[in-house]
Design a protein around this ligand. Sequence first.
Ligand code: SF4
Length: 71
Amino acid sequence: MAKVIQHRQKCIGCGTCAAVCPQYWKMEEDGKSTLKGGKEAETGVFEVEVDDADCNKEAASACPVQVIEVK
Ligand code: SF4
């Protein structure tokens, strides 16, 4: 199991996560990305548990403002 976390308030909407990992990430009309299936663990912080981190590790390392974590 892995946990994917997004600090969404700090997302600058570059679109990289949705490009490298579209099965988990999509861009929204507010200009920021959303972690698909994510639940808001605290204000502005979304989390989802996954069996395999898959491309989320790539998304985390590619995010220019480092708002994606994989644990
Ligand atoms: S890569 Fe980071 S800054 Fe870019 S859209 Fe995704 S979460 Fe936001």
